[in-house]
Design a protein around this ligand. Structure first.
Ligand code: GLP
Length: 241
């Protein structure tokens, strides 16, 4: 695992954008794993800026989201399908069909999870997976105690994650109780992973992920087992290292 500590959140976004741009220049049809939450937003904005100002061509990317809430009404602004349409597909100039998100509205959620795994496999697997990290060490929605070998599945959200994500909803009671998420085993199959974190509130989770034991109690620590994992953090998020 390579760890890069950079002075500011803007530097983190620029470094992550460099990694995506380099991957895209090697392989325009890159399969990019994309995270939601606030952590990767700076990276997406920097890539969109390079697209408009430097003619970076992102139009051939195929993207797969890590996770989605279960049971949100179609078009809900906090649904990750909507977030990625707003923050990624539009600014990157990607047609909607190039951004796949697990479908948390299907009656048969187990089948939706299997179909998602199959779609990733048909695309040839994920070349570069972007990740954020939750304050409890989660990646995707793999909460503490998730199996290190897990696949895409239905998970209950922890009370901590529901309260952290309440800011995206009008009423905290509207935060779904369940989600679909790629498993830790699914994430580990990406050919390269890049985790970004910014801010002091992430320092303990980053330290546990990078320097702690590999443990289901800190799901991000599983990245220590990946052969090409990079963690890019600002100085505040590196405060526990
Ligand atoms: C969310 C997402 C994760 C994200 C994490 C951190 O719940 N499911 O993919 O990495 O929590 O969120 P943020 O970047 O807003 O701190």
């Amino acid at each position: 695992m390579e760890v890069l500590v950079l002075p500011t959140a803007e530097d983190v976004a620029a470094r992550a954008a460099d990694a995506v741009a380099a991957q895209v220049s090697r392989r325009p049809h890159t399969v990019l794993g994309v995270a939601t939450g606030s952590s990767p937003l700076g990276t997406y904005r920097e890539l969109a800026r390079r697209r408009t100002e430097e003619a970076l061509d992102l139009s051939q990317l195929r993207c797969f989201a890590l996770d989605e809430y279960v049971g949100l009404p179609g078009g809900h602004p906090a649904a990750y399908a909507e977030v990625l349409e707003r923050e990624l597909a539009g600014p990157f100039g990607l047609s909607a069909s190039r951004v796949r998100v697990p479908d948390g509205s299907r009656p048969d959620l187990a089948q939706a999870c299997q179909d998602y795994e199959d779609a990733i496999a048909r695309a040839g697997g994920i070349d570069l997976q972007l990740l954020g990290i939750g304050v409890n060490g989660h990646i995707g929605f793999n909460e503490p105690a998730s199996s290190l070998a897990s696949r895409t599945r239905v998970k209950a959200l922890s009370a901590r994650t529901r309260s952290d994500n309440a800011r995206f909803f009008d009423d905290p009671g509207d935060v779904p109780t369940h989600c679909l998420t790629q498993g830790l085993g699914t994430i580990l199959e990406a050919r390269e992973v890049l985790l970004v974190a910014q801010g002091r509130h992430k320092a303990a989770a980053v330290a546990a992920a990078v320097e702690g034991p590999v443990s289901a109690m800190c799901p991000a620590s599983v990245l220590q087992l990946h052969r090409k994992a990079t963690v890019v953090v600002d100085e505040a998020a590196a405060g526990g290292l």
